[in-house]
Design a binder for this molecule. Sequence first.
Ligand SMILES: NC(=O)c1ccc[n+]([C@@H]2O[C@H](COP(=O)([O-])OP(=O)(O)OC[C@H]3O[C@@H](n4cnc5c(N)ncnc54)[C@H](O)[C@@H]3O)[C@@H](O)[C@H]2O)c1
Ligand SMILES: [Fe+2]
Length: 383
Amino acid sequence: MIDINTTYRFNFPIPIRFGAGVVKELSGYLKENNLKNPLIVTDKNVAELSFFKQICKDLGKDGIAVEVYSEMHKNPIKSDVLEGGAQYHETNRDCIVGIGGGVALDVARAIALRVNHTRDLFDYDDLIGGDKYVTEEVPPFVCIPTTAGTGSEVGRSAIISEDISKKKRILFSPKLMADIVFADPILTMELPPFITAATGMDALTHNMEAYLAKGFHPMCDGIALEGIQLISESLELATNRPTVESRAKMLLASLMGAVAFQKGLGIVHSLAHPLSSLLDTHHGLANAVNLPYGMQFNYEGFEDRFDKMALAFGLGTNAGKRIIDHLFSMNKQLGLPTKLSEIGVKKEHIEELSILAVADFCHPSNPKPVSKEDFKNVYQKAL
Ligand SMILES: NC(=O)c1ccc[n+]([C@@H]2O[C@H](COP(=O)([O-])OP(=O)(O)OC[C@H]3O[C@@H](n4cnc5c(N)ncnc54)[C@H](O)[C@@H]3O)[C@@H](O)[C@H]2O)c1
Ligand SMILES: [Fe+2]
């Protein structure tokens, strides 16, 4: 509800070039901005894909001296970022271009921070007020997403884990926003079905959790509902019978989810993060499995919000309760697991998972409070 005695800050992001073929504008953009020595940050898989090689080749033809950094873990860690920062300086770079999924883009953003910020990387952790140390210049930074899930390209944060404990830390500053995003659905055409499905469910989780999150942000709410509708129309198609149109809709919905979740996330992301820390589970997959259970937890007391989401899902009026079954069916249709036991979680993991979940940074914005006991119960149900 609007509180007329309060004032609000609404932040919206960055220039986005969207559409089939926009990646070809990269070289012109760099030249216009007098940038000739990009550090291209990607992961090892993407570095081998033909579209990536083509991007590097095109840049080379235009006289741009490409240097690639691709050393990163599946759930990226601090030393990945430090190495990339060192390579930036050793090879005299003048900007950073992140190309890839959320992992590559988060590492690229963290390297952009690292370049001129020399304190311990986790001194910049947002949860301990680290953004106050982000005072130096951040190099020019371009993002090119190649998955449709995290929406990291329009974000201002990077999620990087500690080297040993694997605890996820969040580096945040408005200065870490990309200068421009080239969102080209053609780059996502070859995503395998499993990654399409898992990353797509991450985008759905962002839109749903943002819509339900505490706080007043009707702009984010509107974007989140439209994002849910786009995913509803296109995720199954993009996964099982991809077309440029379904890929384009998913890419948009993932950008929209990330714009919307500046409002906050919730219980599902807090259930999911510990699975990546403890068992190295892919972020989207961890969200996909937990999503119906987290929404079940949230339903009571928020029926009107669920009814509105049900309209976006195309489930009809007063159908909020049906969303939970619908999410289970979506996972099945997409070939994703519906139980934690199917992704290696065992009863004896639940205590440690619950400790990590309650310490996670996402659930404070969940519409209802979540205790450690609640996390245990939800994990047990999902097992
Ligand atoms: N910064 C943020 O706002 C934010 C938000 C949510 C999640 N995240 C982070 O994002 C990460 C997850 O990102 P993700 O889900 O995109 O996964 P990812 O980056 O790990 O990509 C998944 C897999 O797909 C491959 N891949 C990427 N593009 C491809 C393409 N076009 N064709 C074929 N294969 C391709 C990658 O090599 C990788 O193996 C996690 O580390 C998570 O913490 C960040
Ligand atoms: Fe996510």
